[in-house]
Design a protein around this ligand. Sequence first.
Ligand code: BGC
Length: 451
Amino acid sequence: MTESYKFPDGFLWGSATSAYQIEGSPLADGAGPSIWERFAHTPGRMHNNDTGDVACDHYRRYAGDVELMRELGMQAYRFSIAWGRVLPEGTGRVNPGGLDFYERLVDRLLEKGIQPMATLYHWDLPAALDDRGGWLNRDIANWFAEYSQVVFRRLGDRVRYWVTLNEPWVVTDGGYLHGVLAPGHRSAFEAPLASHNLMRAHGASVQVYRGLNLKSPIGLVVNIEPKYAASQDPADVAAARRGEAYMNRQYLDPALHGRYPEELKEVFGEAWPDFPPQDFALIKQKLDFLGVNYYTRQVSKNDPNAWPVRVSGVKQKQHTHTETGWEVFPQGLTDTLLWVKNHYGNPPLYITENGAAFFDPPQVEGAVLEDPLRVDYLKKHLRAVHDAIRQGADIRGYFVWSLFDNLEWAYGFSKRFGIVHVNYETLARTPKASARLYSKIIATNGGVLFD
Ligand code: BGC
């Protein structure tokens, strides 16, 4: 193995999860319900009417789970904090039971030498705030700042990396435009407002953080799906550009450049509002890093019927697709990381999520669970990360999605993303072959990928 095939010294290897997807006991110890609690308990919203009532029972089993991470050699763990556990009504009254849980988790991680990366918002808005307009109410920037401050004050000395929001695009696209995720609205007029308020909330949270003079880096996590035009036809080229503006630049441009892409006016037409110019000073805060979540790409074709972006994906039959129907395309990860480097001034990057749902063979208790497709996915995507590093992207770490099989939102438990299998009857955790591989990757700082 030659020198150049190592990952940089200090490269951080971890895994990621989120609160509603793994914790269970969503109303325990004084927590207030979230929009996901409501959504999941609305008949017909979730596959199989699954809910997060138990999920992986991580809320009660967190100590064993941290021990498992240690056994696997994880250096870092990205988890999210449920807003409604900390502030049951979203603002005002603080619930000590909720904060205590995250404090116990963080302390346990540190004790085991695992660096905590905490996300403040991974989609589980307190239901009480949804009743006040949720992400459509401009006051939410203040509500989120208030919540952030409570958490920063309690855990700011121990959490090693902070993330304000996870994937604002999904919050808006799924929650306010297409209605497949909580809170289930369908409105082109609401979507830009929700996005804008998400970004204002992000800015307000970073401002609070800076005011407290805390030392750990803070950043924003976005999901980026590179768009490749299906042909040289100018209509397809323009469609790819609209898709990129809508999904990828809608969040990065305001956060880093202080403005929206011009194309969004074309996408939303009369539904695109005139935003107060002073909002951009709030949104554009100095960030210490960006988190990039990467799953797949889109080969984009102009499609007048696909409202409102007028683009649809062309299926690439020659490639493997995951259980969620996503094309496996590792080169897209290299391209994405270099695209961020070139468009946004080479910021420090973490890949905060990358992984795949595949049908795993039935598990034999006690035997290693083979998941060859996920093993292959992991290897190829990590080589793609390495490629981007060699081409100059400043990539500091990688978090596999996910540590556990878990509640895949509206898909319920039907899609398994974990490197650790979870038996939903016994709640037993069994590392899959991909987890064993990942342990070796960590132990060799990626060297094993090139043997
Ligand atoms: C989200 C995760 C989700 C994963 C797979 C990301 O959009 O942050 O919560 O489970 O993708 O769909």
